[in-house]
Design a protein around this ligand. Sequence first.
Ligand code: DSN
Length: 415
Amino acid sequence: MNALQKVDSEIYDSIKKEEQRQSLGLELIASENYISKAVMEAMGTVLNNKYSEGYIGKRYYAGNEVVDEVENLAIERAKALFGADHANVQPLSGSPANAAVYFATLNPGDKVMGLKLTHGGHLSHGHPINFSGLLYNFVQYGVDEETGLMDMDKIREIALKERPKILVVGFSAYSRNVDWKTFKIIADEINAITFADIAHVAGLIAGKVIDSPVPYFDIVTTTTHKTLRGPRGAIILCKDKYKQAIDRSVFPGLQGGPHDHITAAKAVCFKEAATKEFQKYSADVIKNAKALSAALMARGYKILTDGTDNHLMVVDLRNKEMAGRDAEIILDKVGISISRSTIPGDTRKAMNPSGIRLGTPAVTTRGMTDKEMADIAGFIDQALCSHNDEKKLARIKESVEELCKMFPLTDFIPR
Ligand code: DSN
């Protein structure tokens, strides 16, 4: 980054500080990961300079022969990786991808059904302050407040009563396998379109360690930067029947020129995700999540659903007399990044809810295993128990840094 250092030392210094933070801290935010040098290199290229509104062979600007090649590779690799009929690789991020799906299939005011944010859903699945909830008539389903699980009978009951035009299935804080097949059966009973948002688990699906909705669902979106370990962005996969509507909805409906450097990086990410190494990585992510949740439960922490099938877990802190944001601040002091999370039926406000969400994609990328998960559970417990003891917190931070130094990010942070 010599040029950057010369032109803008302030931004250069900030990036270096962030590299240091990422190197020496434990990243347990379930939606974050470290991308490979290859993905990062693809992002910082001349492809950034191009305008290519439109699609392959039908661009609004000249000089897109190479961009066509890049976009074609990204599309073909996405289709092969997920077994999809069609892929649109232009969405800029997760919410815009979801907006494109709604624009392609609904009229304002149409009825849609999605999982509540406070039960582990996502803002773009119908939250009243999000465009989804403002533009469409969303009915929300939840999880069972006792078990934390999706209750398929209850979901069917709501679907049959409300008869939404789309059944949205996806989450940002749910730790169990989703019964995609039963969702499809329910949707078929009411002729609803099936739309899965697999942003959190796309890497685990690509790595073939959990079930995929792609064979059953009409439309599937995912971001590319979470478990999939690619650049910040998204894609839409769909059955041939929706191909035209989805493409028109992304462009010219919603976006202008695609970000071709990001499209290239998506293609690289799909190539990496199709390898045996990535399959092992995905299996290890789940192994580590199970180990971390077991180690926390052994220390008296309540994990929603008593464990996990994927990369994340939600810890209900009510028995620890601590709220989620307070835990987030304490853990940040010792170099552990986590995110606060509501728990189903939470009586606290969303800004300082009753839980925290932890995930293992990033620490697994570093090469950590179940042994380190036990150490991490120990650090979390010690930090939360000694939150008033600054000296003790400083010692825990040192131990966190020592652990991180044993698992350097050499293949993931450019030197
Ligand atoms: N912000 C993401 C997450 O943390 O789950 C979802 O978009």
